[in-house]
Design a protein around this ligand. Sequence first.
Ligand code: FUC
Length: 768
Amino acid sequence: MKQKMLIALLMTTLASAAQPLSLQYSQPATEWAEALPVGNGRLGGMIFGDPQREHIQFNEDSLWTGQPQDYQLRGAAKFLPELRRLLFAGQQDEAEELANEHFMSVPLRQEFYQPFGDLSLEFDDLGTVTEYRRSLDLKTAISSVTFVANGVRHRRELFASYPDGVMVLSLTTDQPGKLNFKAQLNSPHTEHQLKRLYQDTLVLAGQVTHQSRTKVPSRMRFEARLQVLEHNGQLVINGKDLCITQADQVTLVLSAATSYYRYYDISADPEDRNELILKGLTDHNLASLYDRHVQDYQSLFNRVTLDLGQSENMKLDTDQRIAAFKEGHDPHLASLFFQYGRYLLISCSRPGSQPANLQGLWNDQMNPSWGSKYTCNINTEMNYWPAEMTNLAECHEPLFAMIKDLSATGYHTAQNFYNADGWVLHHNTDLWRGTAPINNANHGIWVTGGAWLCQHLWWHYAYSQDEFFLREQAYPIMKQAAEFFMDFLIEDPRSEQGWLISGPSNSPENGGLVMGPTMDHQIIRNLFAHCIEASEILGIDPDFRAQLADMRSRIAPNQIGQYGQLQEWLEDKDNPKSDHRHVSHLWGLHPGNEITPATPDLFAAARKSLELRGDGGTGWSMAWKINFWARLRDGDHAYLMLSNQLTPQRTLPNLFDTHPPFQIDGNFGATSGITEMLMQSHTGTIDLLPALPSAWPMGKVEGLRARGGFEVGLDWNQNRLTTVSIVSKAGRPCRLQYGDQTLQFATETGRLYRIVFNPVTEKLEVLP
Ligand code: FUC
């Protein structure tokens, strides 16, 4: 027994050393949050790894309840003046009551993202299982299960291929004839049928009938096909069972599709889609699918490497490492967590797919928390914070496609609710691109969802310097978002300076319906600034630009209150004891850029507000606080937030972030936060190691992106910067900062620059 344990331990250590970027377990998953995720943007799978009964729960990202619907309440705008009057008169309850009656989305709720189905494999009695390992290798995006049963070594590998559009499951034994199993498809959707197609394919077809809280009938049709791509031994399909006997090598492919075409059209044919996808595999085998998958995945994943040091705990199972992180020293888990965020983004957001929803792509519940939809008062945006900075700009594309849809549906919401031009999105959306205020006036009427999303369009330009994208895709949508606020902003009758304010709105989910929440003003200023800059770069719209500049200067500024805090509202009414998870008024610190060391009073006030809110919160809240503390240049506090997040209370055994329950935003927020600790570029300067914690005295990162079109690599040792590499992608001047040292130099497109920090002169020097 002891020897076996020793061998097992040795094997784990060796495995870890050979593949340090993997999640590892010595037990099968007993529940969904222990299963391991794979995905190709559109299809997602969760593999449990039970030797005797394998289970892969799967999703397709367009399977939702409901049907095309516009959520509009026509004529709502006539209540807007009265709402404002009540709020200015301090009658919040009356205003919320009126709004709940006359100013909300129809229906009041939005739709739910749905699970698709389950693939299960029942094996002939395997007897005692030894040497069990289950893993997810982030270097190849392949999840494996290996074990020995009756002297036979079994191996299963699952991946989701973006180039080929399918999930691939390979099963092997190291002895002939020892692979015997029965595979079945199933679905939690009651209206479904199963049938055999050709000699080698099982089909699951149905329609969503489940209804969300909207009570709108569901109409989406779906179909999945499980095809045996390669096998030896015998294959027989018996009714619902796909039976393999006497084999040692089998490759199954799973294809799934729905009738979704666009948010207003669900007339596509899932059967045709699957037929086409599977036809595309005709000339392929496991080896070629594997190669194409790995090549595609690594073309994105390998762009960034991060080394924060190895650790003893690498030999432990991943869930044990999470449990030990706070008390121990496991810098490698932090880099694994960082890369896991990148892995998840590549797996759930690829061109052509839906954007990452609250659970990315992975959901096994018919009534998932918050519908597993798109909450846009922090969660959807957080999902995309790492996209540009960690060199995954392509993964941002599904969000841009959704923003384009929202600018069309949000045009009607602007008209119907505000009698305004442009477009507006409130705090949630779904597959049908609802933009009207949902749930309740006390948090649903929040007008800056679309404006916040526009920051992502700007970032894509800022990081790439791609003027074509700015002109053709970003600017028209940003401009229309700004046009909404030009109509919507209102002069505050209580203000002597004639401040323009936003309202009715709210500071996300805190304090109810108000006039003038701080966050709105920060977001609108940010949107206007980017529109002004974009119009200058593109050399267009001078009058519009001038008008924006004028209005921008009149928007109510940030206020510092009685506790030295940054005020969450226009009135100095913050509760210093509140530990509310949203810290919305710090938007200007992060992800905005108007509160920096160059605005010392606001910078100190933001810090005060964050201290008052404390170090707790839901998963995403902690992740946001990593970013905040990084922007406050306090590496140790940022690290404290990371270690508060990397606990079993906030991180599930499979490293999924948990609110609770599972919500993926915190994964992406943490990846962004770790990046912000190492490098920032939101002020026009590439700021090197702005918040390096003492826990990471030495390390190396390569391939991060900075605004201005740069790729940045860094090395540090004994808590000090040693070398920097900068690749200039757009030939812009480069400005670096390390501590209080700055260095500026001209660059040429495509050139690599090496910079050292000279410890004697304490200066940054460009190497010739
Ligand atoms: C917002 C947050 C909640 C949760 C939900 C999905 O409403 O306040 O904490 O994350 O989105």
